[in-house]
Design a protein around this ligand. Structure first.
Ligand code: GCB
Length: 607
């Protein structure tokens, strides 16, 4: 018997390893909360001594982990005691923040680091529940409270939460998190990327307090086929969630709708109004929406708009729009490393506005929630992207589950943001049958979870019948997407700039074409003639010629050139030019504008 059960249990074990996490609580912006941001003690643990014993067995899988396990936060009790670590004598790291740019010795570090935060906490109502919510931690997080494991989360750019209620004390709690950012072939993303693998608790951490039954999740958006109907669904979390009354109130529309939950704690329905002021790029109108039960209440600011395609047109509220965009990596313009604050988001999106954009591509992974909240307020349309990048392990089921889980988390977090119009499945992935199955499954999943938005992926172009001067799309996944997006680098990786003048396009799809990337490297302040690589003039000329070239594509409806700002990448080592930075920004890493910035701005102003 035992031998039959063992593999089965083992499989469950693996699945749990990825998903030993709880359902996401959404809209933590507007909930009762206590920040755990600030300084956390840390231990760098490249050999994972605090996690495995000397036989390489995980401490947290054992009934009695023993005091050598770092998550027990053990202290020497008497002078003969042997404990080989002490969090309280260690240095600290700021949370949120990557470790690479905080400590010089950790600049290139990839591996495990333990974080510890001690805190007191008294609940405002004794029956209330408390959760710890991480906005993101890269890449794998094992979370423990007061020596007990809460769970594991995999994926560096999406939020997760664990309930603490049973383990929480009024005083001297210690939250310990092991973060591991080792790159792995079967992970999402995989080993190879053109960006820095910033490690750590890169976004904020907070405690969320809720009543015993609370509003965990809701989805409130305009019906994409009927702009007088708002669809509403959601669910409660708690032991007695059946037959609970829920109300959704939009005061400015003078509408209140009542629901009763089913046995799963879910509710759904719709409301109608002829007076909806639509969210758009010029009037990003947000309604206050109140969701309440007899015990819980939460408010959100939600915009209502439709987004659709018709032939080659992208229709925002039924009107054709050209997406004047730019790609962005999540790096701060004024401080070092990963962007995480409201201020970082403001600087990035204000620069985007100065460029004359109405749209951003948040590449190559989900960015922090401030970006989406702000885009909602500023009237900027957004492409959000799953970190399925380059050479993912298409045949590995765990890799698929991981990609699916990360996508599911970002959709859960941002599905009420009017600014988000496109979910991107992947970037520059090489075509194959296995990759098609993987991406198609992701697209089907996304359409089911969110039928209100468009699906795309940054594909690659190829030569038509071997002719390097005729470009086409040879990719079955192009039939699946709503918007046909692709990256192209004629004039940089593909010939010189003059080649742009000779290219013809053969794109036989009646779909909008969005150029997800084009660009050239230029060092800010380096000048020369327009044929000299790395000069601002080369980049300026490439932008001029590329835009002329793209204008010849009949279905051309938008672009997100690569990229807003120079960003760190270990692939970019050319001394005096790159020095560890990908130089394709239209501004430098500090926000200084290069000449190409003005070419693009001018193009968008006249579009
Ligand atoms: C690409 C990738 C992007 C790179 C860029 C480049 O096609 O999608 O991640 O950074 O090219 O600079 O080569």
């Amino acid at each position: 018997m035992k031998s039959y059960f063992f593999p089965f249990l083992f499989l469950i074990g693996i699945t749990n390893f990825l998903f030993s996490q709880e359902k996401l609580i959404i809209n933590t912006y507007n909930r009762q909360q206590t920040s755990l941001n600030g300084y956390w003690k840390y231990i760098v643990d490249p050999y994972e001594n605090g996690f495995y014993n000397y036989r390489y067995e995980a401490f947290d899988k054992q009934e009695k982990p023993g005091r050598a396990a770092y998550f027990t936060n053990s202290k020497r009790k008497n002078k003969s005691d042997l404990i080989e670590y002490d969090f309280d004598k260690m240095d600290s790291l700021r949370v949120p923040g990557d470790w690479n740019t905080q400590k010089e010795k950790l600049f290139y570090y990839e591996g495990s680091t333990w974080y510890k935060k001690s805190f007191d906490y008294i609940k405002s109502e004794s029956k209330n529940r408390v959760f710890v919510y991480f906005e993101a931690a890269n890449y794998k997080a094992d979370v423990y409270l007061n020596g007990e494991k809460l769970g594991t989360h995999v994926g560096g750019f999406t939020p997760f939460n664990f309930e603490l209620t049973k383990l929480l004390k009024n005083e001297d709690n210690f939250l310990i998190v092991k973060i591991d950012n080792k790159r792995e072939k079967d992970a999402v993303p995989t080993l190879n990327t053109d960006w820095w693998n910033y490690g750590g608790i890169t976004r904020g951490v907070k405690l969320i307090e809720t009543p015993p039954n609370f509003i965990e999740d809701y989805f409130i958006q305009l019906n994409s086929e009927d702009n007088e109907e708002i669809n509403i669904s959601g669910n409660l979390n708690g032991v007695s969630k059946n037959k609970q009354k829920v109300s959704v109130d939009i005061p400015e529309l003078g509408i209140t709708k009542h629901f009763v939950t089913n046995k799963d704690g879910s509710f759904s329905g719709s409301i109608r109004s002829k007076n909806i002021k639509y969210w758009s790029i010029n009037t990003p109108y947000l309604y206050t929406v109140n969701i309440a039960t007899t015990k819980d209440a939460i408010t959100d600011q939600i915009g209502f708009r439709t987004i659709a395609t018709k032939g080659a047109d992208i229709l925002l509220n039924g009107e054709s729009i050209f997406l004047k965009g730019i790609s962005i990596h999540e790096e701060s313009l004024s401080s070092k490393g990963r962007a995480h604050s409201v201020n970082d988001a403001k600087e990035l999106l204000q620069t985007v506005k100065k460029l004359g954009c109405n749209y951003v591509r948040l590449a190559h992974y989900p960015h922090n929630e401030h970006m989406l909240r702000l885009a909602d307020q500023m009237g900027i349309l957004v492409w959000e992207e799953n970190p399925v990048y380059w050479t993912i392990s298409w045949e590995n089921q765990q890799t698929y589950k991981n990609a699916n889980n990360q996508l599911s988390e970002v959709i859960s977090r941002d599905k009420n943001r009017a600014s988000v119009i496109i979910w991107s499945m992947a970037n520059e992935t090489p075509t194959s049958a296995e990759r098609y199955v993987f991406l198609k499954k992701l697209a089907d999943f996304t359409r089911k979870k969110d039928p209100t938005r468009l699906i795309s992926a940054a594909l690659e172009q190829s030569n038509f019948e071997g002719n390097p001067l005729i470009k086409t799309i040879h990719d079955d996944f192009a039939n699946v997407v709503d918007i046909l997006s692709f990256n192209q680098y004629v004039g940089w990786y593909d010939g010189g700039i003059e080649k742009c003048k000779t290219i013809k396009w053969k794109i036989d799809y009646d779909k909008p074409v969005l150029i997800s990337e084009f660009g050239a490297g230029a060092k800010f302040g380096l000048h020369g003639d327009k044929e000299t690589r790395w000069t601002e003039e080369y980049q300026e000329y490439l932008y001029t010629e590329t835009l002329k070239m793209l204008d010849q594509i009949e279905q051309f409806r938008g672009a997100s050139p690569w990229i807003l700002a120079d960003f760190r990448s270990p692939r970019r080592v050319l001394p005096e030019i790159q020095d560890g930075w990908n130089r394709k920004g239209v501004v430098s890493e500090k926000g200084e504008k290069k000449k190409a910035f003005f070419v693009l701005k001018n193009y968008y102003n006249n579009k």
